[in-house]
Design a protein around this ligand. Structure first.
Ligand SMILES: C[S@@+](CC[C@H](N)C(=O)[O-])C[C@H]1O[C@@H](n2cnc3c(N)ncnc32)[C@H](O)[C@@H]1O
Length: 371
């Protein structure tokens, strides 16, 4: 997913730091999980991962990419849904599933993405042209509504397991992001249709990583989770760097992840349809709160080792970050790994415009902690 601070492209950098530090594989807390890219990579390397984030969509990714262990078989759903069984008998459907790589998960993704009828619902009446906003085309907004409603119904009827629900919901949040008519974040939509927004919504599912059992997902503050989970070998800290609140930049994926089927239908306001009751504000996004939040996290964790991703333009000055880490360390020493990194850009690079090195560096700090 297009996400500020997404570490997918920096995974080799993080992995090479872990190798150079010769940390023995054990248990890890990915405290600011976001897309869950780091937790997933750690699980792939054999770690038992606990992860946390304030946002619901991140919880969905954690469940799909870190907690789930194997692809669901959807036997109950097949038995209960005659439309799905009818689709499965068709050659065109089976060819489409084969093109996705086959398997039960791809079958249900194909069914949801292309075979159920689009229907008007919360997304089309708030985030599509029918609701006066242009985050999604009418067709895609109605498809998102239909898929989200179907997932909710299947879950309520007990036809899909939790793993299946989160794997498909993660694919929906990511699929919606690929066709969102934005410049990358949802703080505004673009007032003319971008080419990606005119593509049909699709659900591309990712097979779960079958790793060490016992991974956990948490939708909560990093420090609270650190205290609750107790001793771990490694704490990975990748907090917001600046004053942009994720709750305001990703309110649309948040609503798709939460749904709108319970007693509480979200109330939205303003041009962009932000939830009227505000969102999950983070102390890490305020210059006044960030140092205290960092100290609290380090005081609350019982991790042996800590790795902190931060960039050279973060709200917390490097001197403060280093001092705070040094004070929490067992031996007064902090190591730093550096890599030049392309600034986050929502727009694409193109042939004649090359990014110059604009001085932004991704920094990774390591300390061994007292605990
Ligand atoms: C830089 S992003 C993390 C990116 C992530 N490592 C990835 O690869 O996608 C920072 C994340 O911290 C989350 N966040 C902000 N304040 C938090 C808090 N107090 N506790 C837990 N997560 C928080 C945000 O929702 C956001 O997802």
């Amino acid at each position: 997913m297009r996400y500020i601070g997404n570490k997918t492209r920096l995974l080799p950098f993080i992995a090479s730091a872990l190798d150079r530090l010769r940390l023995r594989v054990g248990s890890a807390h990915d405290a600011f999980a976001g897309t869950a890219a780091v937790g997933r990579a750690l699980k792939q390397r054999g770690w038992r991962v606990a992860s946390s984030d304030l946002m619901t969509y991140s919880y969905v990714f954690q469940r799909a990419y870190v907690v789930a262990q194997r692809a669901p078989n959807f036997a109950d759903l097949r038995a209960a849904d005659p439309e799905l069984r009818a689709a499965l008998r068709g050659a065109r459907f089976r060819r489409a599933v084969a093109a996705r790589g086959g398997g039960a998960l791809a079958t249900v993704a194909e069914y949801l993405a292309r075979w159920i009828d689009p229907e008007p619902g919360f997304v089309s009446s708030h985030f599509g042209p029918e609701g006066g906003r242009m985050y999604f085309s009418i067709e895609n907004a109605r498809r998102i509504d239909a898929v989200r409603a179907r997932l909710d119904a299947w879950r309520a009827e007990g036809l899909v397991s939790d793993d299946a629900f989160y794997l498909l919901l993660a694919a929906l949040v990511e699929g919606a992001d690929r066709v969102a008519n934005t410049a990358g974040v949802y703080a505004a939509y673009i007032k003319s249709w971008q080419p990606n927004a005119l593509h049909a919504l699709d659900l591309l599912v990712t097979l779960p990583v079958n790793g060490v059992r016992g991974a956990t997902a948490h939708q909560a503050d990093a420090a609270a989770v650190a205290r609750a989970i107790g001793p771990v070998d490694l704490l990975y800290v990748d907090p917001p760097y600046n004053s942009r609140q994720y709750a305001g930049y990703y309110h649309v994926p948040e609503i798709i992840a939460r749904g709108w089927f319970g007693a509480e239908v979200p109330a939205l306001s303003g041009k962009t349809g932000l939830p009227s009751r505000g969102g999950q504000r983070s102390a890490w996004s305020s210059a006044r709160g960030v140092t205290r939040a960092f100290e609290e996290l380090l005081a609350g964790t019982s991790a042996k080792h800590v790795l902190v991703s931060y960039n050279s333009e973060g709200l917390m000055p490097e001197s403060v970050l280093r001092r705070t880490l040094t004070e929490a360390s067992i031996d007064g020493s902090v190591r730093r790994f550096t890599r030049a990194y392309r600034r986050y850009r929502a727009d694409r690079d193109h042939a004649r415009r090359r990014y110059r090195d604009d001085g932004l560096r991704e920094l990774l700090y390591y300390a061994r902690l007292r605990r």
